[in-house]
Design a protein around this ligand. Structure first.
Ligand code: TMP
Length: 208
């Protein structure tokens, strides 16, 4: 495939979504009409409906393996309907979360065995992996404080501190395991410093 898949990861409240938008502006200036922004779970009609099921606040308990199946169902549709055609057309796809989130949240957070996630990854993705991943990292307390300043928290956001500690630890473990792909960015810094770090990484890949 001719395009590039760049994914953005991190626990809630680290400013990831703002950085996706800034990266879009930066890359679009350099590659007009070639950059696409999307998110998971979501990005398609079916995927957004699955996102609703995953995140609706006040929802009853959802089992960790059920969550894994939901996010991979959304991912399959996302790949077929949006990501693969975009990559075939040579686009740069910026995706707000992807499969590392499943390893971190369902694997690290919920304790779903990693081999189940690996198996679905193989089944659903036909060998596709992100070309580059930016992991925005900050202490859990920082992320949660930013989150709780907002009003309506979704189902995942109301999890206990310990859940997010496990998610963060798994993300850092993944970064250590895939040092060529996953770049860890200190998201505890101010927004301009974080944006500068993103720009340096994208420039290192000759994208801007
Ligand atoms: P967001 O708040 O960054 O839009 O992410 C949506 C939520 O979905 C977030 O709490 C993480 C969760 N999620 C998973 O648990 N597993 C996944 O595979 C993905 C993509 C997201």
């Amino acid at each position: 495939m001719k395009g590039l898949l760049i994914t953005f990861e991190g626990i809630e409240g680290v400013g990831k979504t703002t950085q996706v938008q800034r990266a879009f502006d930066l890359l679009e200036a350099e590659h007009p009409g070639r950059v696409v922004v999307t998110r998971e779970p979501g990005g398609t009609r079916a995927g957004e409906a699955i996102r609703e099921i995953m995140l609706q606040s006040g929802a009853a308990y959802i089992d960790g393996m059920t969550e894994m199946l939901l996010v991979f169902a959304a991912r399959r549709q996302h790949l077929r309907e949006l990501i693969e055609p975009a990559l075939q057309a040579g686009k740069i796809v910026l995706c707000d979360r992807f499969t590392d989130a499943t390893f971190a949240y369902q694997g690290g957070g919920r304790g779903v065995p990693e081999q189940h996630i690996e198996r679905l990854q193989d089944m659903v993705q036909d060998g596709l992996r992100p070309h580059l991943t930016l992991l925005f990292d900050a202490p859990v307390e920082t992320g949660l404080a930013r989150l709780r300043a907002r009003k309506d928290l979704d189902r995942m956001e109301t999890e206990a501190v310990n859940f997010f500690r496990q998610v963060r630890a798994k993300y850092l473990e993944l970064a250590a395991r895939h040092p060529d792909r996953i770049h860890v960015i200190d998201a505890n810094a101010d927004i301009e410093t974080v944006s500068a770090a993103v720009r340096t990484i994208l420039a290192g890949h000759k994208l801007c």
